[in-house]
Design a protein around this ligand. Structure first.
Ligand SMILES: [Zn+2]
Length: 343
């Protein structure tokens, strides 16, 4: 069957060809995180014709996202839509021929296996090492390739992990960085072109992986600084680098086997804390709306409720999660959650 007109110029690229294009169309991708990196990744992959794109993100769109998160616009911020939902809405207008599966959720050890079901590739659009280590563990255990991407300030980097072939992320970063030890976009800011460049590099790797062009896949850690005008390629080889790695050398998947993780987590780039409810708790948004309305302005969409109380904004999702903006103090956020949402 000839390639659809939509993909004709892409399939014309000789190393890809019609066969490569068809392989991309059969691919299933789990993209975790739909912010600066994730929106560009999703855009490039949807346009490239990936068959099924599952987009998972825990946050909702705000105006401060718009300078760098390419799929979102003013309307999404006003509506306060979950990023996964807003991205899927936009992507359906870009390419209605692919399957889009938005998931407004927080990825953890308890649900990653379900979200990664059937995935041929995992993509990193996250902003934290805890989630990346979880992705790394699952990728190694299930033998699924994944692409690490990161961006801060004008700096970005990517690395492709082919389980059993290349070093893994924990070969490079053995332990979780201590809280506060790494810069975040909260402290260092972020330039949209740097995010666009890092995600373009990662999307290129994704297209190679999905189309089966294994020889073309980068074996390097690629890093650049758009402001300092530097680019580095660091050759990565298994062997000495992987020796003793808990994940890829010893097969211990500590993050995958961990309990649910912490209940409260400070979010990167936001003066905000996410609070997760205990297991099995689902929020009754109607009842919450009635309870919170007398205290201050409340807005609703089908996915979440936003209310302002005591100088903080609580965004409560239907799965019981809440993002509490206006504080980075986890104890205060937890107290607000317990008082206004319910423990
Ligand atoms: Zn490793």
């Amino acid at each position: 069957m000839p390639v659809a007109e939509r993909y004709a110029r892409q399939a014309l690229f000789p190393p890809l060809g019609e066969r490569g294009q068809e392989a991309i169309g059969r691919g299933t991708v789990l993209l975790v995180g739909c912010g600066a990196l994730g929106t560009h990744l999703a855009d490039l992959l949807a346009r490239a014709g990936v068959g099924r794109l599952r987009i998972l993100d825990r946050d909702f769109v705000e105006r401060s996202n718009l300078h760098r998160q390419s799929l979102f616009d003013e309307r999404d911020a006003v509506e306060g839509l979950p990023k996964a939902v807003a991205a899927a809405r936009r992507l359906r207008e870009i390419n209605p021929d692919i399957l889009l599966e938005p998931e407004a959720a927080h990825l953890d050890a308890g649900n990653i296996t379900r979200f990664a079901e059937g995935a041929d590739l995992l993509l990193d659009g996250t902003d934290n090492f805890e989630t990346r280590f979880l992705l790394n563990d699952l990728a190694l255990k299930r033998n699924i390739p994944w692409v690490y991407a990161a961006c801060i300030g004008a700096y970005g980097m990517t690395m492709t992990i082919l389980p059993g072939t290349t070093p893994c992320l924990r070969c490079l970063v053995p332990e979780l960085p201590a809280p506060g030890s790494v810069e975040t976009c909260d402290t260092a800011g972020i330039l949209a072109p740097a995010a666009a460049l890092a995600s373009a590099l990662a999307a290129g790797e994704a297209i190679k992986i999905l189309s089966g062009a294994r020889d073309a896949i980068s074996r390097d850690l690629v890093a650049f600084d758009l402001w300092a005008n530097t680019t580095q390629r660091l050759k990565l080889e298994r062997g000495a680098m992987s020796r003793g790695c808990p994940a890829c050398d010893q097969g211990r998947y500590e993050f995958l086997e961990a309990a649910q993780g912490t209940r409260a987590v400070t979010l990167c780039g936001r003066n905000a804390v996410q609070i997760r409810p205990g297991p099995g708790r689902i929020a009754d948004l109607d009842a919450l709306e009635r309870r919170l309305a007398p205290l201050g302005p409340v807005t609703r969409n089908p996915y979440l409720l936003r209310a302002t109380v005591e100088g903080c904004t609580l965004a409560i999702f239907a799965d019981g999660r809440a993002i509490i903006s206006g504080t980075s103090d986890e104890a205060r956020a937890r107290a607000l959650y317990d008082r206004f949402v319910g423990a």
